[in-house]
Design a binder for this molecule. Structure first.
Ligand SMILES: C[S@@+](CC[C@H](N)C(=O)[O-])C[C@H]1O[C@@H](n2cnc3c(N)ncnc32)[C@H](O)[C@@H]1O
Length: 121
C-alpha cells in the first residue's frame, strides 16, 4: 500500500476495479459532470480522483473554453493513472495538474489558485 488515506483500504491495488466501475458508469458520470459544471467553470479540483473518469468528463466539457483540472489523491499510482486518463481526454486548452496528498491529514489546504465556485482567479 502506498499513500495514506485513513480508511485502511489499499486503493492503489484497486486500480483495475476502479477502471471497470468507471467504464460501467461512464454515461452516469458524464451526465453528473455536466450538471455540476457551469458555463463559467474554469477550474475543477477532484479530491480522491481515483482512476479519473469524472475528471476526464470535466476536461472534455471544458475543452472548448479551456481550463484547469487538478487531480488530488493519496495514492501516487492513482494520481498517475488519473493523469494519463484525463490528459488523453483533455484538449490542448485544458491543463492537468496533479497533487499527491492526504486530504484528511494535518496541513491539507486546497491547491492555491482554486476558488470553490470553479472560476479562475
Ligand atoms: C472510490 S474511489 C473514488 C474515485 C472517483 N472519485 C469516483 O467517484 O469514481 C476513492 C478515491 O479516494 C482516494 N482517497 C481516499 N481517502 C483519501 C484521502 N484522505 N486523501 C486523498 N485521497 C483519498 C482513494 O485513493 C481513491 O482513489
Amino acid at each position: 500500500m502506498s499513500g495514506h488515506s485513513h480508511d485502511g483500504f489499499d486503493w492503489a491495488a484497486s486500480l483495475e476495479r476502479l477502471r471497470k466501475n468507471d467504464e460501467l458508469n461512464a454515461d452516469t458520470l458524464r451526465e453528473l459532470t455536466l450538471r455540476l459544471l457551469g458555463p463559467q467553470t474554469r477550474v475543477v479540483v477532484d479530491v480522491g480522483s481515483g482512476a479519473g473518469e469524472m475528471s476526464a468528463a470535466c476536461a472534455e466539457a471544458m475543452s472548448g473554453a479551456g481550463g484547469t483540472v487538478v487531480l488530488v489523491d493519496a495514492a501516487p499510482e492513482l494520481v498517475d493513472a488519473a493523469a494519463a486518463r484525463v490528459r488523453a481526454a483533455a484538449g490542448p486548452r485544458v491543463e492537468v495538474r496533479t497533487v499527491q496528498a492526504d486530504a484528511a491529514g494535518d496541513g491539507w489546504t486546497a491547491p492555491r489558485g482554486c476558488r470553490s465556485d470553479g472560476t479562475a482567479p
